[in-house]
Structures are given as C-alpha cells and as structure tokens.
Design a protein around this ligand. Structure first.
Ligand SMILES: *Cc1c(COP(=O)(O)O)cnc(C)c1O
Length: 476
C-alpha cells in the first residue's frame, strides 16, 4: 500500500498520500481534516468522506420524528422520496422546459380547489408556493391591490393613513412579515381566556375604510384552535351589504386546509362561504410532503388583480404565474401529486383519522395525570396542548418537563401564549402521521416517568424568587 505514515513524509510528500480504494473509511487520511468553516478548503475530498463527515456533523440534531414541536412532515414513502430525488433538477418556474411538471402542478391546484369546494360558476385560480408564508404574502397582496383599486375608485384619500389588516393575536409570524414588508398596519384582535381564537364579536371594531381584509385562521399555530369562519363570514356579509367598502376574508389554513376536508368535510370554512376569497395551506403540513411546498388559491380570478400576474411562455403560449420566488426545484410539488395519487381521498382520510386517534389517546393520558388543564384535545387538528393546573404543589414547571422529555429524544416545547395571555405557559404536541399508537404508548410511559423523576428531584435553584429563572440543575 502506498500510504506513508511518518510525519515527515506527510509534510514533504503530501501529494503522494493517496488512500486506495480498499482503505477503510475511518482509516482514511482524508478523515483527519477539520471541515472548512470560513474559507473554502484547498483540496477536494472523496464523495464518501464528504458525505460521512457532513452526515456525522448533523447527527446530534435529534430524530425529526420525535420532534412533536413541528407541523412539518417528517416521513414520506421510499417511492415518493425516490421520485422527488429524481426530479430535483426540474425548475418549477420553467414552465416551457417542464410542461408536464406544470401539468402536475395544475392538477394539484384543481384537486385542492375541489377539496375546498370551489364553486362551479366561478373560475378558481391558484399556484404552488414554497410554503404558507409565500402563499400568505400572495393572498395578502391580492387583498391590498384589490382594496386600493376600489378605494381609489371611491375617491378615498390614500395618503391619509396606512391600509390595515385584521387578524387575531394568535397569528403566525408570516403575517407580521407581510404587514412590515408591504407597509400595512396589523390590527390584532386580542385573545383572552374565553376566546382562544378570533373573537368575531369584536372584529368590526377594528374595521375602517382602510381595511384590506380579515384573516381567519384554520388552526392557530399556538393551540391548534380554529377561528369560527362561518361566524366571520356572516359578520362580513352584513357589513358588505351596508357599505360600499367591501371586506374580504383570507383563510390561513396552513395546517387545517389539507386535514379538515378529509376529517370534517361538513365543517364550512372554505369557498362554500361567500366572502372567503382566498385560502392558503402548507403542503408540507397535513398535505404530507417534506418541507418546501405550499398552496394558495383564489375563488375567482376577479380576486387576483392583474398587476400581480406575470406571464411566462409555456408550450408556445402564455401562462399566468404569481410567485415571489423564481427558481426552485419542482420535486416537492411532484411529491404532492404523488401523495394525491397514491393515497386518494380515502387514504388521506384514513391517515388523518388514525393520527387523530393517537392525538386523542395522548390528550386523555395527559389529562389522567390530574396535573394539567387541557387546552386542545385534538378536536379540530391532531394537536394536544395543556397548561399546568394551579395549586398542584409541584416545584417544577412545564419547561422542566420539556427538558426531561428531551432526555428521551422527545421535543415537546413549552412556551407562553401570545399577547394578552402571555402569563399562560402551555405545552404542545403536534401529532403527525408517522407517530404510531405504539410510539404514543412509549411517549406516555416516558411522560409519566418524567413526572415521577421531577417529583423526586432535588432542585438546586439559582436566582431566588424570579419565577422565570430555571433551576440550574437537579439530582435524583
Ligand atoms: C405554519 C404556519 C404558517 C407558515 O407556514 P410555512 O408553510 O411554514 O411557511 C402560516 N400560518 C399558520 C397558521 C401556520 O400554522
């Protein structure tokens, strides 16, 4: 073998230090390098070594499937992954080079429009996006442009104040971004103990001629609760009948949009409601695709102002597109189409209902400890969240419980509720399709054991009375 071991040789004959094909990976000299952090490395390394070194660096990030903090999909079938890996090079924006990919995207839009009860006498329109954030931006921009055109026509002084958007304070951060980026005043209807989702009785207090629209949320990120879109729709309908200024509703259905149509199809929240003009959902949440795909649809083309539509050439013709991003891989929307084809309506229904069973079992088990008040028992979405009952006499809190569970690999975060309710600390589990009942039983075992251990722990508290100061350690 041509491998030289002496240090001297190492220095002087650097370029002869070639490992051969039978050198074991972990005996390979290339494994001795530290990875480039600020400056690109000088020499190449073999693909096996590059793969192994990077894979190993990522090793301690935990097991995504035990991460019950995320709504994002953590499992897809090998055939889906294969298909997606084989289509990484397809650029979703390049409609003329990839017309069949475009066709698959259009099929997805139609399938989703149908799931959201698009009305036969209207011409729905929609697009894939990178996720709900991009989708919400597009939905919000359409509302802003439409409002502006109508306001101008009515002779409203557009310089007098900023346009505003109304949403509950349980909004996801993308709406704050939307308002900052597009210079819109965000008007938040606060949550309170009686209203853990949008308080529809208060919405109109926030409306004026500068309101571009109201966002209803089908699945608050904090708690999984649904805004009452039916009530919102009737309030908006009454307003619209009395005013020239017309209000529109955008439903942020990031998590509910591809869950509810399968599990509670009778629940009205979508295009069956007249004033819901646009809806977004994340394909990578309950659409069951890996992170990187979202959807936004308008019930009719009149709700998407022309200025927001750009034409790209497609099969010798022109195709309307709207997107904030330009180039990105089409593999995720192909993955979405795979899931629609592969699972069908009944498959999605079966998967989501089973997920719901698991979530309800977990909610029951957590309630059985007697220590927690359940905020959401998976009624709408398979999300369980709870706060600690008062007077449990426990010396530990939900942050400690989250820490304890992490020892078993479970990521189940504790955090404060949004503005006005920030005193309430809750803990939340997002149950996804890949958490089986068997895994859930193990989770309950770990959960109960964590409580037992915390009860027996001797805290070494640093920082005295401050209730947000975490114990600096414990023994048991
Ligand atoms: C997750 C979420 C978003 C953002 O979605 P991405 O797909 O991650 O961009 C927006 N709104 C709500 C209600 C969400 O739950």
């Amino acid at each position: 073998m041509a491998i030289l071991h002496s240090n001297k040789a190492n220095k002087t004959k650097k370029f002869q230090l070639k490992d051969t094909y039978d050198t074991p990976l972990f005996g390979n000299k290339e494994m001795d390098i530290t990875l480039p952090k600020n400056i690109i490395g000088q020499d190449s390394v073999s693909p096996e070594v590059a793969y192994r070194l990077i894979k190993d660096e990522l090793m301690d990030e935990g097991n995504a499937r035990l991460n019950l903090a995320t709504f994002c999909q953590t499992f897809m079938e090998p055939e889906a992954t294969k298909l997606m890996a084989e289509s990484f090079e397809k650029n979703a924006i390049d409609k003329s080079e990839y017309p069949q990919t475009t066709e698959l995207e259009n099929r997805c839009v139609s399938i989703i429009a149908n799931l959201w009860n698009a009305q036969p006498d209207e011409n729905y329109l929609g697009t894939s996006t990178i996720g709900s954030s991009e989708a919400c931006m597009l939905g919000g921009m359409a509302m802003k442009f439409r409002w502006r055109a109508a306001a101008q026509a009515r002779g409203l002084d557009l310089t007098k104040q900023k346009p505003n958007l109304i949403i509950s304070s349980g909004y996801q951060v993308c709406w704050e971004k939307f308002c900052v980026y597009w210079d819109i005043e965000m008007r938040c209807v606060p949550l309170d103990e009686q209203h853990l989702s949008l308080d529809t009785t208060k919405v109109l207090d926030y409306v004026d001629d500068y309101t571009i629209g109201i966002v209803g949320i089908l699945g608050l990120t904090y708690t999984g609760k649904f805004d009452d879109i039916v009530a919102l729709n009737s309030i908006v309908e009454k307003y619209n009948q009395r005013h020239e200024h017309q209000l529109a509703i955008h439903v942020d259905a990031a998590s509910g949009g591809l869950y509810t149509p399968f599990v509670n199809p009778e629940l009205e929240w979508d295009f069956r409601l007249k004033n819901v003009v646009s809806i977004n959902a994340s394909g990578h949440k309950y659409g069951l695709v890996y992170p990187g795909v979202g959807w936004v649809l308008w019930r009719d083309e009149v709700y998407l102002p022309d200025e927001l539509i750009f034409s790209v050439s497609y099969l010798g013709g022109e195709l309307p597109t709207m997107a904030i991003n330009f180039s990105h891989s089409a593999s995720h929307l192909i993955g979405q189409y795979y899931n629609f084809l592969r699972f069908g309506y009944n498959g999605y229904k079966a998967i989501h209902e089973r997920t719901k069973d698991v979530a309800q079992y977990l909610a029951k088990s957590i309630e059985l400890t007697g220590l927690f008040e359940i905020y959401n028992d998976a009624t709408n979405l398979p999300i369980v969240c709870w706060c600690m009952k008062e007077n449990t006499g426990k010396q530990w809190d939900l942050y400690d419980l989250a820490d304890r569970l992490l020892i078993h690999g479970w990521q189940i975060p504790a955090y404060p509720l949004p503005a006005n309710l920030e005193e309430v600390i809750i803990q939340r589990m997002v149950i996804r399709a890949d958490l089986s009942m068997d895994m859930a039983e193990l989770l309950v075992r770990d959960f109960n054991e964590a409580i037992e251990q915390l009860d027996k722990a001797h805290y070494l508290v640093s920082g005295g009375e401050n209730k947000h100061t975490k114990p600096s350690g414990f023994t048991h």
